[in-house]
Every structure is written in structure tokens, then in C-alpha cells.
Design a protein around this ligand. Structure first.
Ligand code: HEM
Length: 535
């Protein structure tokens, strides 16, 4: 199926140039000089007149009654240099706030026209519009087969089928509760590992434990396979390496996504080459797991069947080809592991920074479960302060500050403020900017979970003041699973340990934006066992 703009092959003209100029060699001096001069003049001319940058030339931003404002950026590159390094969500927020362009701001990433909304009203109009139900696809995601997975499939029959299968078999409340046993088991192993590390070093860096628990949790629910770190060592090592490589490739800022001609000269991260090496490894591992499932006794699908069982049981029009199954299964690892682990790490960092909040949270949890130590999803759902702590962390540190992957308009979209977003425009929502805007949130920089006790705010996509899972038909289908997992794990981490600062590794809330926004320096803290409560 034809995918988004970014990946279109528009380089054919490079090869026709020699014939056009009557020369046998592209690098003939005269041809080359004329070509460079023509490009430079054209770029300067379009740049001079284009608000929003080169990709908005010919008045593309003035199609509605109200023009879309925005920075001009640099000729050819637009705002690429500004956004390719540092924290894009913060740079965009500063640009929008200083120019008064929070409703909508147009800018160019090379030849790609982009708009970004930094206010709840416009964000809602974009995310819930049926004309914004596609996503532009990065070259790395395409090479890694994600164009056949849920997140990047174009809005259409295939994508609807995948969403339906996932909603009823992986993310339905019944399935989520059937997999609670696994969630609890992964957490118990994590608590033991934390206790062991604390004994060994006198402090703990929870990230690796959280990542292992999150990986096992998704592997258990999706592939029906868990690793214990002692058996299957080689396979686990291979899986971890593949996941790490995949994250790096998907998270890397690839200039060629926005300047397609650049890929002929410049690929500093060797993205294409590395993707081509990774794909056969992924296929081999996932197909091996699928084969294992095929050879199992076929029994009626039970509630705690894993997702591979479900996909294999589909019949008729719903039946997926093997490569599509690989893509869908592989995507779940990428979507489900780092978001959950990194959000939990941010929450624990805030607990270390705010001992008063931690004490209040502990008292709520302890009050609900006593010293039995057994806390369930059902208990967690009844703990308002815990929910408030999770929401406040999602507000201050949304794992996808720009809502992870953008949307693409499939036709002209008229907004209620008079602006018109033309077809084939990439749209982002700066959730970080909305969540840090003093006009939307009182004292936005202050970590104060109580604000969510004073006013009930739904974070699952209906209130755009805080929609860290997106909204509309492309809203995150894993939001309930993510929230249940994070809430349970935080409850247990706080019930069993008191988390206090580690003087040799001072807590640092600086961020780094990769596929998700994570702590630049992983959290290190002392986990003081509270004693008496069994894991
Ligand atoms: C804290 C946890 C999580 C956060 C903050 C999060 C956030 C997001 C966001 C912002 C989007 C884009 C939504 C939009 O465009 O409106 C998204 C999409 C998606 N997420 Fe999540 N997510 C989380 C957990 C999960 C989990 C656990 C899974 C699955 C195991 C998952 C699977 C997906 C998928 C498949 C999509 C693509 C949906 C589509 O395009 O139709 N997510 N997520």
C-alpha cells in the first residue's frame, strides 16, 4: 500500500539530468555549476517569500481565512537544524510561546510542511479529525516492517482489522485482567532483583530492572514467553540486542526523511544498512516463536492465551500473512516496553524528590492492603492518590511529549479558527507545551498530584489538557494496559521500599528525547526495605 510523503522516492530526476543537459557525465563542470546556482537561487527565492519555510511556498499557509503563522527557518533546510538536536518539544514550545503561535504554527522540515498545535482546542480538532488518521512514516520504520503494523498502517481496512483484533484480544478489560498473574510475577522478580542490587551496592538503579520487567511482561502477554535470566540466556541476549538496535534506529533523527536526496551522500548512522541487517534477525526470532505455537496442541482459546495464539487462530478474511504477523508482534515490543518502564522511572524519581508525596502515597497503599503485601489491580483502581501521582507525572514528563509519531492530513482540513491545513501536511501536537502552559495549568512546573484530586481529569484522550496517549481513532490502544501496569508496579515499589536520595549520584531531571522522552541520567536511589511485608 502507498505510504506517507516522507518515504516517497522523488529522486528519479537526478538520473535524468545528464541526458537533459546533453552531457554524458553528471559532474561535468559547467552542468554542475549551473545546477548549483539554479538550486541556490530557487532556494533563496522561495525562502524569502515563504512564511513557515520552504515547504510552505506558494501561499500554502494562506489557504484559509486566517493564515497559519510560523518561522521561516533556513533556505532548503527550514527548521531542521533547530529540531534535529536537543529537545524538540521544548524548542517548539519556546517558538510557539514567544511568537504567540500556540494555536497552530507552520514550519518546514526540509521539504516536509509541518504544523504543530500547542493548545488543547486545536489539538482536539487535529487528533479527532478523520482527515488526520494517517501517519507519515520514517524510512527506518518502513525498513523495519512497521508499515504493516498498527501504528503506521494507513487508515483503511487493514488498519481497522488490526485495531479490532488488538482491542478484542490483547487490550480488552478481560484480557488485561487475565494477564494480571504475569504482571504480578514480573513485579515480584523485579522487587527481588532490586533488593539484591541494594544489598550488593548500597543503592539501586531501577531502569534496567524496569526494562526487563516491561520486556518480560510484553513477551508474556504477546508471545507467551518469559525469560528468567538464567535459562534461555542466549535468546534473551539476542532479543535485548535487537530491541536496543531497533530503538536506536527508530529514535534516530534521520535527515533523509526530510531531504530525500541527502540519502545518496549522507547517512551518518548507516540507518539503511543497519535496518537491512536487523530485519532478518527479527524475522528469524519471531518466526521461530510462531512455529513453536503452531506445534503446540491446538486447544480452544482461553482468556490468558497469548497474542500469537490469537493471531494464529484467525480464519478467513481476518487471517494475517506471516510477515504481517511478524510486524504486528514486533511493534508491540517497541510500543509497550520503553513507555511503561520510562514512565515508572520518572514516577520513582519524583518520589525521591518529594518525600512528602511518597509518604502520603505509602500511607494510602498501606492503609488499603495492610501488611499482607498482596496488592491487586482491583486495589490499585481504588487508590485515588496513586492515580493522581501517575497523572501528575504524565503531565510533567509525558513519555511522548510530541505524542510519539505524528499524523498526516489526507485532505484539506478547515479549523474552527479560520486556518486551513492543506492535504499532505504533517501535524504534531505538542502535549508537553500544553501540559506546561500556565494558561492551562496553575503552577505548571510544580509537582503537585493534589491537583488531580481537586478536579477529575481523564487522561485517556477525552480531555486535551492532558492526553499523553493521544486522542481520536489513532489513540493509543495500549493505554489501559500501560496504566494498569505502571500503577501496580509503582504501588509495589513504594509499599516494599522507601526510596531516598543517593548522595554519590544526585538526582538529575534532565531529559533526552529518543523514541520516548527519558531521564538523561538514569535514576539512582537507595531502596530501604520497609520490612515485614512479603513480596
Ligand atoms: C505509558 C504508556 C504509554 C504511553 C504514554 C503511550 C503513548 C502513545 C501515544 C501518544 C500514541 C500516539 C497516539 C495518537 O496518535 O493519538 C500511541 C500509539 C500507540 N500505542 Fe501507546 N503508549 C503507551 C503504552 C502502550 C502499550 C503498553 C502498548 C502495547 C503493548 C501501546 C501500543 C500502541 C500502538 C499499537 C499505537 C499505535 C496506534 C495507531 O496508530 O492506531 N502503547 N501510544
Amino acid at each position: 500500500m502507498e505510504m506517507g510523503l516522507v518515504s516517497k522516492d522523488s529522486s528519479w530526476w537526478v538520473f535524468t539530468l545528464p541526458a537533459f543537459f546533453g552531457s554524458q557525465r553528471l559532474l561535468d563542470g559547467y552542468v554542475f555549476f549551473s545546477f548549483v546556482m539554479a538550486v541556490v537561487s530557487l532556494a533563496l527565492l522561495t525562502w524569502t517569500f515563504a512564511v513557515g519555510g520552504v515547504a510552505w511556498k506558494n501561499g500554502r499557509n494562506r489557504k484559509g481565512q486566517m493564515p497559519i503563522p510560523g518561522p521561516r527557518g533556513l533556505p532548503v533546510f527550514g527548521s531542521l537544524l533547530t529540531l534535529s538536536r536537543g529537545l524538540a518539544h521544548r524548542s517548539l514550545a519556546t517558538m510557539a510561546w514567544s511568537g504567540g503561535n500556540t494555536q497552530l504554527m507552520a514550519f518546514s522540515l526540509g521539504s516536509t510542511p509541518v504544523v504543530v498545535a500547542s493548545d488543547p482546542h486545536t489539538a482536539r480538532e487535529i487528533l479527532t479529525s478523520p482527515h488526520f488518521a494517517d501517519r507519515p512514516i520514517k524510512q527506518s520504520a518502513k525498513s523495519l516492517m512497521f508499515s504493516r503494523a498498527i501504528g503506521f498502517s494507513p487508515n483503511g481496512t487493514y488498519w481497522r482489522l488490526l485495531r479490532r483484533i488488538a482491542s478484542s484480544h490483547l487490550f480488552s478489560p478481560r484480557r488485561i485482567s487475565a494477564h494480571e498473574v504475569g504482571r504480578q510475577r514480573d513485579c515480584t522478580i523485579m522487587l527481588r532483583n532490586i533488593e539484591a542490587e541494594q544489598k550488593l551496592h548500597g543503592f539501586v538503579s531501577p531502569r534496567k530492572h524496569l526494562q526487563f520487567a516491561a520486556l518480560n511482561n510484553i513477551m508474556g502477554g504477546v508471545f507467551g514467553k518469559r525469560y528468567d535470566g538464567e535459562n534461555d540466556v542466549t535468546e534473551l541476549k539476542e532479543l535485548k540486542e535487537m530491541v536496543k538496535e531497533g530503538f536506536e534506529l527508530l529514535g534516530a533523527f534521520n535527515w533523509s526523511d526530510y531531504l530525500p536526496w541527502l540519502s545518496y551522500f549522507y547517512d551518518p548512522f548507516r540507518i539503511n544498512e543497519r535496518c537491512q541487517k536487523l530485519v532478518p534477525r527479527v524475522r528469524k526470532l519471531v518466526k521461530c516463536i510462531i512455529e513453536d505455537h503452531r506445534h503446540r496442541d491446538s486447544e480452544k482459546l482461553s482468556d490468558n492465551a497469548d497474542f500469537v495464539d490469537v493471531l494464529l487462530s484467525l480464519e478467513g478474511e481476518e487471517k494475517l500473512q506471516e510477515d504481517d504477523m511478524v510486524a504486528v508482534l514486533w511493534e508491540m515490543i517497541f510500543r509497550g516496553t520503553d513507555t511503561t518502564a520510562l514512565l515508572t522511572e520518572w514516577i520513582m524519581a519524583e518520589m525521591v524528590l518529594h518525600p512528602d508525596v511518597q509518604a502520603k502515597l505509602h500511607s494510602e497503599i498501606h492503609g488499603a492492603v495492610g501488611s499482607s503485601g498482596s496488592i491487586t489491580d482491583a486495589d490499585v483502581a481504588k487508590l485515588p492518590y496513586l492515580q493522581a501521582v501517575v497523572k501528575e507525572t504524565l503531565r510533567i514528563h509525558p513519555p511522548g511529549p510530541l505524542l510519539s509519531w505524528a499524523r498526516l492530513s489526507t485532505s484539506d482540513v478547515q479549523l474552527s479558527n479560520g486556518m486551513l491545513i492543506p492535504a499532505n501536511t504533517t501535524a504534531m501536537v505538542n502535549m508537553w507545551a500544553i501540559a506546561h502552559d500556565p494558561r492551562v495549568w496553575e503552577d505548571p512546573l510544580k509537582f503537585r498530584p493534589e491537583r488531580f484530586l481537586e478536579a477529575d481529569v481523564d487522561v485517556r484522550g477525552s480531555d486535551l489538557r492532558l492526553a499523553p496517549f493521544g486522542a481520536g481513532r489513532r489513540v493509543c490502544p495500549g493505554k489501559n494496559l500501560g496504566l494498569v501496569t505502571v500503577s501496580l508496579w509503582v504501588a509495589k515499589l513504594v509499599l516494599h521500599f522507601e526510596w531516598v536520595p543517593e548522595t554519590a549520584h544526585p538526582l538529575d531531571l534532565n531529559e533526552v528525547l529518543k523514541l520516548s522522552c527519558e531521564m538523561k541520567h538514569p535514576l539512582c536511589a537507595v531502596a530501604v526495605g520497609r520490612g515485614g511485608v512479603p513480596f
